[in-house]
Design a protein around this ligand. Structure first.
Ligand code: 5RP
Length: 265
């Protein structure tokens, strides 16, 4: 691996081998998502706990100050929305020149395996890998399920992760699942990062699934709604950071959460 690729990967994956990505890319297919109406304000108190931001070029240019020092993972697929006919019908939205111009540390692309657009979205991944590898820019594949959240079984997610890695993704983002998540991770030759999905009922539920996923071998999270839609986003981010980078147990993380929350009240 060349120095540039190693350097960029080391910016988003910390020396302990783990990572905490903060995604704020949801608007690219669902518009002004709750708590993300003003993304710059939403992330301001959360940035210190995260390792990288996952964002589109539109929000990057309009809401993130150019003196930002967090690595940027640029979301470079899109072209379909929640009010359109098929969320899976995505294209690559951002050229390699634009990726370089924006000084992205890495890029992210969704792949809709099992959908009508499986072939097209795998081609998007392959094209992006071909272009980004030339410049040492890591590609994160997002194993997307569109509106079909029930697809999140270990068998399906394991297949998706492996296929994305085989197509050249340097990192794969997938959903956590309760049963056999270790098989999802173990079947994937590149690091696996967990997405959050819709908001959980309680903070403890989030801490539990992230902790379990890490025990199964995931290297971290790309968690959005369960942080910035929480009534206590800062304690949520800090307690997740403790699980990811400080090997905190669920109880220790919850204690950190409670302590921060109580202090703020
Ligand atoms: C949207 C994404 C998001 O980055 C991803 O789903 C993580 O966010 P959340 O934790 O809110 O699900 O890729 O397409």
């Amino acid at each position: 691996m060349d120095w540039g690729m190693k350097n960029r990967l080391s910016q988003i994956i910390k020396p302990d081998g783990n990572c905490f990505f903060l995604p704020i890319d949801h608007g690219y297919f669902q518009g002004p998502t709750t708590s993300l109406e003003r993304p710059g304000e939403t992330i301001e108190p959360l940035l210190e706990y995260s390792d990288a931001l996952f964002v589109t070029r539109g929000v990057l240019r309009s809401a993130i100050p150019a003196n930002n020092s967090k690595p940027i993972i640029l979301r470079v697929s899109g072209g379909a929305t929640v009010v359109g006919s098929d969320l899976a019908n995505e294209v690559l939205t951002t050229s390699i020149e634009e990726i370089i111009r924006l000084n992205a540390t890495a890029v992210g692309v969704s792949v809709f395996i099992g959908s009508e657009y499986e072939n097209e979205t795998l081609q998007n991944l392959s094209t992006l890998v071909n272009e980004c590898e030339d410049y040492g820019i890591p590609v994160m594949a997002v194993t997307a399920v569109g509106k079909e959240l029930e697809k999140r079984t270990a068998r399906f997610l394991g297949l998706c992760c492996r296929v994305c890695a085989e197509h050249g993704a340097r990192v794969v983002k997938t959903y956590w699942c309760e049963k056999d998540f270790d098989k999802v991770v173990n079947g994937c030759p590149v690091p696996v990062v967990m997405a959050g999905g819709p908001k959980c009922e309680t903070e403890t539920e989030v801490l539990e699934f992230v902790h379990h996923g890490m025990q199964c071998g995931a290297i971290g999270i790309n968690l959005g709604r369960n942080i910035w839609q929480s009534p206590n986003p800062v304690p949520m981010a800090r307690s997740l950071q403790a699980i990811i980078h400080e090997k905190a147990s669920v109880k220790e993380a919850k204690d950190i959460f409670d302590e921060m929350k109580n202090r703020a009240e």
